[in-house]
Design a protein around this ligand. Structure first.
Ligand code: SF4
Length: 160
């Protein structure tokens, strides 16, 4: 029987893969517990898509799946590639739920920036978040850890 896993944005567990070369480490006890239990699958879709660390800030153009950098470059291909590579790894690893970094153009769930680089938020999700959700993986934002833990305890942690 295959053990179920939890995908997590790599920057949330301290990997320095953020666009500016830093991390977004959460330092939450439940994340540490899952880490010690070996059920976490950390990955960074933007790095998997071929982008470097550091890299220019990027945003999804409102209402589309086009992604642009602050420098004007179109990085839609890299974001799409990273999202599908993330899904491939998730399926290979038996991932049933994901915990993703808020407001990222890849990982953000429900709220992201609008593509104008003016800190304007819109109701939408990042490219990888959408691809994971479309494949049936339950996605939780980093601010929904209690919900994520309840889901894991109810449905997630039994072997596949
Ligand atoms: Fe973190 Fe996701 Fe951005 Fe990678 S793409 S740095 S995992 S928020």
């Amino acid at each position: 029987m295959k053990e179920r896993k939890i995908l997590i944005s790599a920057c949330l567990i301290g990997e320095k893969v953020k666009y500016d070369g830093n991390d977004n480490c959460l330092n939450e006890a439940i994340i540490q517990q899952w880490h010690e239990e070996g059920v976490l699958v950390p990955l960074c879709p933007e790095v998997l898509g071929g982008l470097s660390v550091p890299r220019p800030a990027c945003e999804v153009v409102e209402g589309t799946r086009t992604v642009i950098c602050k420098t004007g470059e179109d990085v839609t291909y890299e974001f799409d590639k990273g999202a599908h590579e993330s899904l491939r790894i998730a399926q290979e690893e038996g991932v049933v739920m994901a915990i993703l970094k808020a407001r990222s153009p890849s990982c953000g769930k429900d709220i992201i920036y609008d593509g104008s680089f003016t800190s304007t938020r819109v109701h939408d999700s990042g490219i990888t978040c959408k691809v994971l959700q479309e494949s049936g993986i339950a996605v939780f934002g980093e601010e929904e850890l209690a919900l994520a833990e309840a889901f894991w305890n109810a449905k997630g942690k039994n072997p596949l």
